[in-house]
Design a protein around this ligand. Structure first.
Ligand code: ZN
Length: 264
């Protein structure tokens, strides 16, 4: 999923990490919406060089996403890690919109903590949804900038869970360390085993997730036709083909003027 995003957008490694971590979070939260046709949109902007990060997940955890500046970069941290916080910044917000296709969508937003994504989601859950959570997301990148491993976890306490439980989870989180190291040699089950050690985890559902765009030629035509009348008239006068590019998958749709005239 993350490698597909990288191939589409061709970002720097640190931007791949920022986008990949956000995609992992959106996929996990999206897959928990539990309503067919529901969608989740995450928007992060911390005022850093990467600008907006936008990720959308469906209710099955399939995601699509893009960043404003794929070529943004930041020097590695002193520990030699990709400096995700450095490209994302901390002067801004993390917003989550849950659209269940009925009434107003639910939306919540919190100030960014570190721009490292996981800490920011932990803060979002605590402040916006009042759910104590432990989050970790990671992307491991190869020398040729391809994605070797990506993923993460969100552990949340159900209402009425004993007070001490979060401490047990936090100790496990501490022991687990970087998720990418576990995902590289193992898989999601290996991650589950360490994060939920001693808590008798039971797998209740498995989902195969992928990078999935929902754009269609018809959908973009509707968008083109909803432009201002003066803009449309301008296009007609010029007589040039109208080109629309999908930000999520970089598909290009070309419409000729006669097609526009025919449908408007
Ligand atoms: Zn698309």
């Amino acid at each position: 999923m993350t490698e597909r995003a990288r191939v589409i957008h061709n970002p720097t490694p640190v931007v791949t990490a920022a986008l990949g971590r956000t995609m992992a979070a959106a996929s996990i939260i999206g897959s928990a919406l539990k309503k067919s046709g529901a969608s989740l949109t995450v928007r992060i902007n911390g005022g850093g060089p990467v600008g907006n990060i936008i990720v959308v997940s469906d209710d099955m955890g399939n995601v699509r996403g893009f960043v404003q500046n794929p070529t943004a970069d930041a020097p590695k941290t002193t520990a030699g890690k990709l400096n995700v916080g450095g490209v994302v910044g901390t002067d801004g917000t993390l917003s989550v919109i849950k659209d269940f296709g009925e009434k107003e969508p639910y939306s919540g937003s919190t100030r960014l903590v570190s721009g490292e994504i996981a800490e920011d989601f932990t803060a979002y859950f605590a402040e916006s949804e009042q759910i104590p959570s432990a989050c970790a997301f990671g992307v491991l990148i190869d020398r040729d900038w391809s994605v070797l491993a990506a993923g993460g976890y969100i552990v949340q306490l159900l209402p009425g869970a004993p007070e001490g439980l979060i401490d047990a989870v936090e100790q496990n989180v501490e022991k687990t360390g970087a998720v990418t190291e576990i995902l590289r040699s193992g898989n999601a089950d290996a991650l589950l085993k360490t994060v939920m050690a001693g808590l008798s985890p039971r797998v209740i559902e498995r989902l195969n997730v992928e990078y999935k765009c929902t754009c269609t030629r018809e959908r973009f035509l509707t968008a083109v036709l909803s432009l201002d009348k003066s803009e449309l008239d301008d296009m007609r006068r010029k007589g040039e083909p109208v080109e629309v590019c999908c930000q999520f998958c970089e598909s290009v749709f070309v419409y000729d003027i006669s097609e526009l005239l025919k449908n408007s």
